[in-house]
Ligand binder design. Structure first.
Ligand SMILES: O=P(O)(O)OC[C@H]1O[C@H](OP(=O)(O)OP(=O)(O)O)[C@H](O)[C@@H]1O
Ligand code: HPA
Ligand SMILES: [Mg+2]
Length: 168
């Protein structure tokens, strides 16, 4: 599918690992969480890295899909909600829960999860300006007109030399 966003921010596995570990460092000074709720599918990878770094072994998922056709945002679908055993930890509003996703873009996904767990700490690796107010901790901000290319969506491809694209 053709890229709709003017700017591209490609992320390698190595960079994603470093950025997720940087997120864990930022979180490590901010409290103790009993459980991680990761927003699938993009949140699965940073959640694994943060869980390893912070020693959290209770991992729950909330399964949400909104971008059904790569860069086209469709209707937001909650495929699976948060289990009551996790919602009911520590007062029922998520005070001891860390919610993790790969990024916030418009903030639509984060808003839905915040309604489920209003007191949870919300963390993402990347944030765009529209979604940023919904996130408590993130690592890198990119502009709203940037598309982030994650390593699990990418493959090796021949790159034409720069000179070819600058020739008349
Ligand atoms: O802030 P928003 O505008 O809601 O966009 C951010 C969400 O979109 C992507 O998920 P997507 O719905 O594409 O599903 P995926 O995680 O399975 O790729 C991304 O992983 C975030 O969860
Ligand atoms: O910039 C993005 N990259 C990948 N997935 C996304 N889902 C929403 N925004 C993005
Ligand atoms: Mg997602």
């Amino acid at each position: 599918m053709e890229n709709q966003q003017p700017k591209a921010f490609p992320v390698s596995w190595d960079q994603f690992h470093r950025d997720s570990r940087a997120l864990a460092w930022r979180l490590s000074g901010q409290g103790k969480w009993e459980a991680i709720v990761c927003i699938t599918r993009g949140g699965l990878v940073p959640a694994a890295i943060v869980a390893r770094e912070l020693g959290i072994r209770m991992i729950e998922t909330v399964c949400i899909a909104s971008y059904h056709d790569y860069e086209e945002q469709g209707e937001l679908q909650v495929i699976k909600s948060v289990d009551n055993r996790v919602i009911n930890l520590d007062g029922g509003k998520g005070a001891s829960v860390l919610v993790i996703d790969d990024l916030v873009d418009t903030g639509g996904t984060a808003r839905v999860v915040r309604e489920m767990l209003p007191d949870a700490h919300f963390a993402t690796v990347y944030a765009k300006p529209m979604g940023r107010p919904l996130v408590d901790t993130f690592v890198t901000e990119v502009s709203q007109d940037t598309w982030i290319y994650f390593p699990w969506d990418m493959g090796w491809q021949f790159q034409p030399p720069i000179a070819h694209s600058t020739q008349g």
